[in-house]
Design a protein around this ligand. Structure first.
Ligand code: ZN
Ligand code: ZN
Length: 142
């Protein structure tokens, strides 16, 4: 894996950089992610907070937090997804789809209890979150 990656919003007004290695990559099936994105599933990559930096268009970044757990950041011009700050966990979720050259290597599914589509890929399916991330650690069948 390369050391640093560049990401941008849909229109390109906002650019950011992420460096190092992700803490965890996977798929989230929670109602907040799918509802915000308007998608049946969310591919995520979690990075230590200080490894993600907005490098262009910072004033054009909007933030919405429905809960204290997730601050969802988007471009005010195009509405495109940028990242989701999870202050309680000390990580920022950067969707690999908005980062150039970042390969999504999923290790698990989270919040599989609220899935709308099944993914029979053999990866662990957490009912909510792994225990080390504050969840029950319970897993469900594919
Ligand atoms: Zn934009
Ligand atoms: Zn989610």
């Amino acid at each position: 894996m390369a050391d640093a990656y560049k990401g941008k919003c849909f229109c390109g007004n906002v650019e950011f950089e992420v460096s190092g290695s992700p803490v965890l990559m996977g798929y989230c099936h929670c109602k907040d992610c799918t509802g915000w994105l308007g998608a049946p599933i969310h591919a995520f990559s979690l990075w230590p907070k200080d490894t993600v930096k907005v490098t262009k268009g910072e004033s054009g970044v909007g933030t919405f937090n429905k809960t204290e757990n997730s601050y969802r950041k988007f471009c005010k011009n195009c509405g495109g997804t940028l990242m989701v700050d999870h202050p309680g966990m000390g990580v920022v979720d950067v969707p690999p789809a908005v980062v150039d050259g970042l390969k999504h290597v999923p290790a698990a599914h989270v919040f599989y209890a609220t899935k709308t589509i099944s993914m029979k890929d053999g990866l662990p399916k957490f009912k909510d979150l792994p225990a080390q991330n504050g969840g029950s650690g319970e897993t469900l069948p594919d």
